[in-house]
Design a protein around this ligand. Structure first.
Ligand SMILES: Nc1ncnc2c1ncn2[C@@H]1O[C@H](COP(=O)(O)OP(=O)(O)OP(=O)(O)O)[C@@H](O)[C@H]1O
Ligand SMILES: [Mg+2]
Length: 122
């Protein structure tokens, strides 16, 4: 009964950090697969290279953080792999700094307007 009230299906949150210039391509690709909602945030960060070194007017500068875009999509478990793979394929250039995808369980979701909970609130 309690499980029914909260919807039947378990869910995952996909957080993808991508190159800002890939945002349009990624959105078009996941739109074809289908998803119900998305959050988009402009962020700064670094991965294992810890930024990059640039030359300007003969001087060397260290850029610690680079601009990226973070996408967050919460979906039913059964959709998570497909969405993640679509993001991976559409965000990839093969160069350092292409980004990363994190997938984690989502306990529940509440639609504020209706009080619906769980996968039915997606
Ligand atoms: N372990 C991590 N935890 C949190 N955020 C991360 C992590 N790794 C990468 N990120 C985020 O992803 C962005 C892009 O990372 P990036 O693609 O450079 O990862 P990488 O591991 O260095 O891979 P590559 O060797 O392809 O550059 C970073 O700017 C940061 O915002
Ligand atoms: Mg990197």
């Amino acid at each position: 009964m309690a499980l029914q009230d909260k919807g039947d299906k378990t869910m995952k949150k996909i957080e993808a950090v991508i190159r800002p210039e890939k945002l349009k391509d990624v959105l078009a690709a996941i739109d074809k697969v289908g998803y119900s909602g998305i959050m988009i945030t402009e962020i700064q960060g670094h991965g294992k290279q810890k930024g990059l070194t640039q030359q300007w007017r003969g001087q060397t500068y260290r850029v610690e953080f680079l601009p990226k875009v973070k996408l967050e999509v919460v979906v039913e478990d059964s959709q998570a792999r497909k969405i993640a793979k679509t993001i991976e394929d559409s965000a990839k250039t093969g160069e350092i700094g292409d980004g990363k995808i994190f997938i984690s369980p989502t306990d529940t979701v509440i639609r504020i307007r209706t009080g619906e909970e769980g996968d039915r609130a997606l």
